[in-house]
Write a protein that binds this ligand. Sequence first.
Ligand code: IMP
Ligand code: MG
Length: 187
Amino acid sequence: MDEIRSVEDVNRKVKRVIITAQELSDQIKEAGKKIDEWYDGRPILLVSILKGSFVFLADLCRAVTVPCQIGFMCAKSYYSGTVSTGVVKITMDLDMDISNYNVIIVEDIIDTGRTLNDVVKILKARNPLSLRVVTLLDKPSRRLVDFKADLALFTIPDYFVIGYGLDCAEYFRNLPYIAEYNLSENE
Ligand code: IMP
Ligand code: MG
């Protein structure tokens, strides 16, 4: 990726907005209702997979009304740029025993499916009361392992996307919308 040195550099990398802030907000409200229905007043633990899901988590947790705790795990599959290394590493783990919790894994995007496949295996082995996966974005055409979320708010084609928590080389997470990343060097 080219160096990002200015606001103009950021703007040049935004090819087009594919999901607006309003669309994100509307879908997250619906997801909150769905989660309330699933648990019917029972407490939940939202486990945010860092770093990409931190913005989604912040909005999603305020869209649910069931009693809610928050946990963080850091799973890395993309080390830089837009190419997956295929290696999933847990670089920061939960600091609690989850065996008495209804757990929802909160993810930014499911691409090959490798990250969540591994994270789900790890968390299932800890015997939570229940385990579900909610992802903001789903790119089903890129799957390399068979994996389906319990709830995917938006299904998108095979674009590399940035914004609303998603990065390219650690930039663009602060954009308030989801945009297609401009891969071409000259635009
Ligand atoms: P998977 O293991 O291939 O499913 O990859 C999931 C992880 O890769 C996500 O949690 C993201 O951090 C990252 N990722 C996948 N696709 C994109 C994208 O289009 N933009 C930014 N990050 C992505
Ligand atoms: Mg991620």
